[in-house]
Design a protein around this ligand. Sequence first.
Ligand code: XMP
Length: 493
Amino acid sequence: DPQPYSAKLDVPEALTFDDVLLRPKESRVEPDEADMRTKVSKNVELQVPVLSAAMDTVTESGMAIGMARHGGLGVMHRNMDVDRMATEVERVKRADELIIRDVVTASPDQTVQDVDEMMDHAGVSGAPVVDDDQKVLGIISGTDIRPYLEVGERDEVREAMTDEVVTASEDVTARDALELMYDHKIERVPIVDDGNRLVGLVTMQGILQRREYDNAARAEDGSLRCGVAVGPFEQERAEVADEAGADIIFIDCAHAHNLDVVDSAREIKSSVDADVVVGNIGTSEAAEDLVDFADGLKVGIGPGSICTTRVVSGAGMPQITAVSEVADVASQHDVPVIADGGIRYSGDAIKAIAAGADAVMLGSYFAGTDEAPGRVITMNGKKYKQYRGMGSVGAMKSGGGERYLKDVEDDEEDEYVPEGVEAATPYKGSLQSELHQLVGGMKSGMGYVGANTIPEFKERSEFVRVSSAGHQESHPHDVMITDEAPNYSPDES
Ligand code: XMP
């Protein structure tokens, strides 16, 4: 017999961030010492369990470089053509390379004034001098040039340069290069091939900068890690991203439990070396259908700050329940889970991890930082940056429709059925300070629960249910806030 419709109303409850709090527990954990290491996919470990969203107002190479330097991971959006995507990946991969490959060079017959201007323009303080064959003849720096500039004569570089050049070969290590620099009191070492032709440059500044980021997410070759979003049916983009060196390919779909998407994702997985994370999903059934090949699962059907999916389609899953359902299945197969969307505060992020996620992905939290693409705009004396859903009309027009399984190429604007909005978000300054607040708050949560590591926290944490009165009590109340806190904005409560 068919089920009576009224049986459908016998429904399970699904919870989200504001419905729960972490139960405080006995603890000897100093939050600052909590170890945040986690896996975001089977083969990629991070020091910081945080990813920036694959959205065209959040993550391009600038954000990806910033995220990786501070221990997290940037996932670059796919509203750009495949060639540009490859260039963006290469930018990340080359950002912290020991050997700089795009070297600014001088020629021996240029004037010192010319070279001075050129170096100034390129933002470098010295340049190898090479002949037409790229053979290294000398090296010139501000110190060499200054006396000539003061006299004001139009001397040639060959007069001013230092012609005894200390060079090294491509297999040089950072330690060898530093030793050469200390021994010879120099700040840059040209890297040459067997024929003394220039192939790169190692600088003291570059080496010191690498040391500064001791938490950075690096691949085995020392390059910064990055992720790339590809459409569920974009086999070619996935292969090009893989070839360009992306560490993780994210199959980027609003409903990855569509079985055509599952088939295509499986095919993409078989044709790339990089890890493949599949999303988004929000149920245990979806997880069951993906765990046999996915290197990671991403969870979030409609929790995002700019999402209208749930309102437009009537479908979705409150995020805490969605994460816990997926994590139940994924953890049995050692597949990491990423909670994507809806995180407003550090407390939400650590609740997502308590619900079973290994890492969190955020869009709006990072969209206002300097590292996000786009300009700062001023409205009524306040600074903002643009932030828009990838299912908004604007983003779909720039090529984002496939995420929503929509063919919008030839549609007229009024035929779009968007699942996101275009918005502005307060300008926040540097990514580093935003990340510091986010991770600091998450560590605090680990302190209250008494867990030193993420796996320990996932096991030890327990939730209590919060009533609406309890929720009100959680936020500042009965006062007028006079000074803004760096990690709390009353608008978002
Ligand atoms: P937050 O809350 O961090 O969410 O700003 C970022 C996540 O939201 C998803 N996303 C969308 N979801 N319509 C949606 O329903 C959209 O237009 C849209 N754009 C992004 C995405 O998973 C992102 O990481």
